[in-house]
Design a protein around this ligand. Sequence first.
Ligand code: 4NP
Length: 154
Amino acid sequence: MKVLMVCLGNICRSPMAEGILRKKSIEKGLSIEVDSCGTASYHVGKAPDQRSIEKSKEYGIDISMLRARQFSYQDFQNFDSILVMDRDNFRDVQNLAKTESEKNKVRLILNVSHETKEKNVPDPYYGGSQGFETVYQLLDKSLDTFIITHFDAK
Ligand code: 4NP
């Protein structure tokens, strides 16, 4: 299964989501390929934000080698599941879809877990470091649910 994580800049939220799912997949021996990208092009080619790198490192995940890229239409062909961080990302990606099957690949990442009331992973870019912890916890929980529902593995 191929999963694409999408946020706005591809430097804060989606690289963390990529690192978390990759780690879980390796630990559980699952066959998941993960990538991430942004809807915007501002940060193309850049490493993740230092605060995302540090937060991931705290949990044993190295995302320092990732480099930002922008979403492209080809991604609808290359991925089975496209998990977006917020409603803006959802709208921007769905607007590029040409078929129902492409549209159906796009999901808000927090909608995979029915318990969560907050549907957007809040953008931590302009806030303090607590925002990155919040993002980490939301993603970690949601990706556990994603794995349980798709692979029946805990
Ligand atoms: P991300 O966070 O979408 O989680 O990577 C952002 C990064 C950069 C900007 C906004 C959000 N920016 O406006 O440059």
